[in-house]
Structures are given as structure tokens and as C-alpha cells.
Design a protein around this ligand. Structure first.
Ligand code: PAF
Length: 532
């Protein structure tokens, strides 16, 4: 692991590593670009930060952690001077977490001047509405400081993805907004809050708390849980949910609430009712320490995500599962097939990514969402044309992997999949549903089978279709190669989500796999609050 404290060192290192890897990639005739993940921090790293680093490590070739206590985001009476600075320990933790580079500049290195005393700096101003609620109301200048430093770090590192903790929910929403408004080419990944067993959300500022305060602070999460319970029981009214939080908070007089608000998680505008989702957030002082916490309330039915490699019988299983459980089914594979069909139909070369990006962003893709019967395949339309059968052709099958690996295609279809699933009550199958499309799905299944078994099944399928016989070893090689491509591609690689349940299907019939998933779903449903 390398440590750099200057912009020059950082840039030079990243440039070299990118070209090195690109060279290695070219030699392997691999089309995957090198991906970089950035985890911006202010140091004093704890398990919350490590969860971001861990996620970045899974997703990218290179991981950069920035450690910078940003003077620009602290108010005059805030804790900039005493904020914990533990660079040596942070470095050790990064080393252990297999980080490639730590960037720890001084304020004058990053701003060219001491930003806390000098206002002569170009700043990024988030929209007024986004800073009018929650912390924005009580910390004037804070989000301008965050937006400015994050924009600078994104420009310096030029990562493919940047990782933020959901504990700072307003920060995540504002960074997403800034990145969208300024067309910064980065994916913002938000990771779940990490809590102590007591429920206290991890924060570098917890170091300020005495033992007694630490135990008093647990009321924050308890109060959010009270509201969550009420919400799950069917009460979607903001005033009732806020009252439930406040009632619990009053049980700990040592804690002085600054605000308790329920806002839209994206626009941050106050809500009267939770129609789809609401961000319930608190800030409070305990002694001289200011703490924040939040939960997202989702008014949706559960989502069942089924991922796994090609040839495990996913589509058949998923359709039967949807039918048995009465869930909607979204066949995400059909969406990638539809785009592949469109590309081939339009005569655009399969590697002309810019032209394909244009095609995808202008295309109208419609899927019949309902599983009507096991016999009829759900219909698919591209720009109004029924392509249900056409997308199953051998040509489309041969090229769908290439098209699905293209970032623009992926981005566009993932957005549409999230839109389809926003109300829940759906089963989706693919390669990255549990890891990237719905990382918060209530149940995630990862279906696998050995390469040998999948080759054997494929051979049988081909025979049943009256196709010429293909040698088993040849099929095994093709499947092995497809797995390698799918799991090493830089965009949405095939990977089992950590909280997914793996089902090895070698010795199981389709009916047995379906029965297993249905039973897991019922178990999961039983463990969820009533009104889910
Ligand atoms: O969340 C933080 O630690 C900081 O606000 C950030 C994103 C590193 C910007 O200074």
C-alpha cells in the first residue's frame, strides 16, 4: 500500500497503475477497463469505514482511501480542532484491508491556501432545497464544504465508483445530486449503517462520549425503531411517526434533540406521508457531542433477488417461484437480450459502445410484468415492436454477454429495473440483482451448479431441441470461459452477495429447487414485521 500526501504523487501513481493494468489487460485480450473505487473519509477509521473499503475492494481493481479532515465543512463553533486524527492507525487498517493507496493531503496542499481563514476559493453550492432541511438548517456552510471537497477528490482520483455511508444520508443525497447536476462520471454507492450491538450507529465522534453518554445515546436508534414499528403496522403519517420518535427520546433527558424530521430520501423535501419511501432522521446533542442517525422507511412489498451463473436453470425456476408465490417476475436477462437484438437489428457494430449508448438511451423497452401462466412467455417490446421470440435466437444468445458488459447499457437497464421493482412484490433474476440492482432485497438467493452439470444440462437441452450434438468438453470450456468473463468484468460482475443464500443444484430437480426457494421466502416473510 502507498501513502501520498501530495496531488502530484497521487496523480502520478494512479496514472502508472492505470496504464500498467491496461497493458496487462491488453495482453490478456481482455476488454475490461481498470476500475478505481474511492472511499473519501476524514480518518479515525472504524468498522463503518471498513465496510465501505471492503465493498470498494470487492467492486474494483484499485482502491483509494482519502483521509482529510476538511476545514471547509466545519462551522466556527464546531469540533474541527479536536476532531480525532489517527493517521498511523488508519494507515494500518487500510493496509490490512488491502487498500492500494491512501491519499492524506494537508489543507494547504488541497486548497492551495488555508481554506478555514481564506474565502477566496471556488465552491460547489448544492441546491438550496437540498440544504434547507435536516443538518443543512443547523450547519450553515457544511454541505457546501462537503460538496466542494468531494468534487475535488472526484476530479483528482477520477474513480469509477465512490463509497459513502448511509449514516450521513443527507450527504449521500447531496453528493448524488451534485454528481448528477455536474455530470461527474462516477457511480455513488451508499453502504448500510454499521451499528454496535446496542444499536448505536458507529461514528468517529463516538470517541467523544463518556461511558454513560454512550449508553444514553442508544435511545437514538431505539426511538427510530419505535417509529419503524408504527410504520410497519400501517401508519404512514409523518406527524404520528415523528411523535413516536420524540416520545422515546424524552425518556433520556440528557439527550437534547436538534431535529427529528421525515423527508424524501432523494429530494430531502419534508413529507406528510410516506408514499414510497421516507428518510426519518435525527440529530441530537449529548453532552458536548452532536450525533446523527436515521432509518429509511420503505412502503413496499418484499423483493426476491435470484442471481447465479448461466445455465443453472434460473429462468425456469424463477417463473415457477413467481407463479407459486403470486409475485411479479422481471426477467432482466430478457432486457439485455432485447437491447442485443436492437443493436443487431440496427446494424451497429457490437463494439461501437458510443453508438450503442445512444441506442439504449433512446430506446423504449417494455416488459409484460405479470406471470400469467407457465406456458406463455411474458412479452417483450422494443420501440413498440413485439420481440418476444426474436430475442431468443441463437445470434442474440451468442452476443448478449458482450452487450450486457457495456457500462452504458448496464446503467440504463439497472435504472429501469429499479423502477420496475420500487413497489416490491417482485422476483427478479440476473447476475447482479442482489449486489447492485436491489442490494437491500429482503431475500437473496444465489443458484449455482458445477460446470460439468451445467454442460450436461446444456447438452440435453440442445438434444431436445433437435440441434446437432456438441461435445461435452467443448461445452464445459465455453461455460467456464463465460463464468470467467462474467465474474471478472468491471461492470456488475457475477458475485454472490454476502447475505445471499447459496443453493447448489447439482443433485436437485427443478421442483426441488423451487420448493426450497418458496420455503425460504415464507421463512423470511415470517421474520419480517407484520405489515410488510
Ligand atoms: O463523511 C465524511 O467523512 C466527510 O464528510 C467526507 C465525505 C469525507 C468529506 O469530507
Amino acid at each position: 500500500m502507498r501513502l501520498f500526501t501530495t496531488v502530484a504523487g497521487l496523480r502520478c501513481y494512479l496514472h502508472l497503475r492505470r496504464s500498467e493494468q491496461e497493458l496487462a489487460g491488453t495482453k490478456l485480450a481482455d476488454v475490461n477497463p481498470v476500475t478505481v473505487g474511492l472511499v473519501p473519509t476524514m480518518g479515525a477509521l472504524h468498522r463503518g469505514h471498513l465496510s465501505l473499503i471492503h465493498r470498494a475492494r470487492q467492486d474494483n481493481h484499485l482502491v483509494v482511501v482519502s483521509i482529510f479532515v476538511n476545514p471547509l465543512q466545519f462551522g466556527v463553533n464546531e469540533d474541527f480542532q479536536i476532531y480525532p486524527r489517527t493517521l498511523e492507525q488508519d494507515q494500518q487498517q487500510c493496509e490490512q484491508a488491502d487498500v492500494d493507496l491512501v491519499f492524506a493531503p494537508t489543507a494547504s496542499e488541497l486548497y492551495g491556501t488555508d481554506a478555514s481563514v481564506n474565502n477566496a476559493l471556488t465552491q460547489v453550492l448544492p441546491p438550496a432545497a437540498a440544504i434547507a432541511s435536516l443538518c443543512g438548517r443547523f450547519r450553515p456552510g457544511h454541505f457546501e464544504g462537503v460538496a466542494t471537497v468531494v468534487t475535488k477528490l472526484l476530479n483528482l482520483v477520477q474513480p469509477d465508483r465512490a463509497y459513502f455511508g448511509q449514516k450521513d444520508a443527507q450527504q449521500v443525497a447531496i453528493v448524488r445530486r451534485v454528481v448528477a447536476d455536474l455530470n461527474v462520471p462516477v457511480e455513488i454507492v451508499s453502504c448500510p449503517i454499521v451499528r454496535e450491538v446496542s444499536g448505536l450507529a458507529l461514528s468517529s465522534r463516538n470517541q467523544y462520549l463518556t461511558e454513560e453518554e454512550r449508553s444514553q445515546a442508544t435511545v437514538l436508534y431505539r426511538s427510530l425503531q419505535q417509529a419503524e414499528q408504527l410504520f410497519r403496522a400501517g401508519n404512514l403519517k409523518s406527524s404520528d411517526l415523528l411523535t413516536a420518535v420524540q416520545a422515546e427520546l424524552t425518556t433520556t433527558p440528557a439527550l437534547k434533540p436538534e431535529y427529528v424530521e421525515l423527508v424524501d430520501p432523494v429530494t430531502l423535501a419534508p413529507l406528510e406521508r410516506v408514499e414510497e419511501s421516507g428518510l426519518l432522521a435525527i440529530a441530537a446533542h449529548i453532552g458536548s457531542t452532536r450525533l446523527i442517525d436515521n432509518v429509511v422507511l420503505r412502503n413496499r412489498q418484499p423483493i426476491l433477488a435470484i442471481d447465479g451463473p448461466a445455465g443453472v436453470g434460473k429462468s425456469t425456476v424463477v417463473r415457477q417461484v413467481a407463479q407459486t408465490l403470486g409475485l411479479l417476475h422481471l426477467d432482466t436477462g430478457a432486457m439485455y437480450r432485447a437491447i442485443t437484438w436492437l443493436v443487431m437489428q440496427s446494424g451497429v457494430a457490437l463494439d461501437d459502445q458510443p453508438a450503442i449508448a445512444e441506442l439504449v438511451s433512446q430506446c423504449q423497452l417494455e416488459l409484460e410484468n405479470q406471470v400469467k401462466s407457465l406456458l406463455s412467455t411474458p412479452k417483450v417490446w422494443v420501440n413498440g415492436q413485439d420481440v418476444t421470440l426474436a430475442i431468443r435466437s441463437a445470434e442474440v444468445t451468442a452476443h448478449v454477454s458482450t452487450i450486457a458488459a457495456q457500462p452504458a447499457v448496464r446503467r440504463s437497464l439497472v435504472k429501469q429495473q429499479q423502477q420496475y421493482g420500487r413497489k416490491g412484490g417482485i422476483v427478479m433474476d440476473g447476475r447482479d440483482i442482489g449486489t447492485s440492482v436491489f442490494p437491500d432485497a429482503e431475500l437473496k438467493i444465489f443458484l449455482t451448479a458445477s460446470v460439468q452439470e451445467r454442460a450436461r444440462r446444456r447438452q440435453l437441452d440442445l438434444k431436445n431441441q433437435g440441434q446437432p450434438e456438441v461435445n461435452l468438453e467443448e461445452l464445459e470450456r465455453t461455460i467456464y470461459e463465460r463464468d470467467r468473463k462474467d465474474s471478472t468484468r468491471s461492470i456488475a460482475p457475477l458475485r454472490k452477495a454476502e447475505d445471499a443464500i447459496e443453493i447448489q443444484t447439482d443433485q436437485l430437480t427443478i421442483d426441488e429447487v423451487v420448493a426450497k426457494i418458496v420455503s425460504l421466502y415464507h421463512q423470511r416473510l415470517a421474520s419480517l414485521p407484520k405489515n410488510y
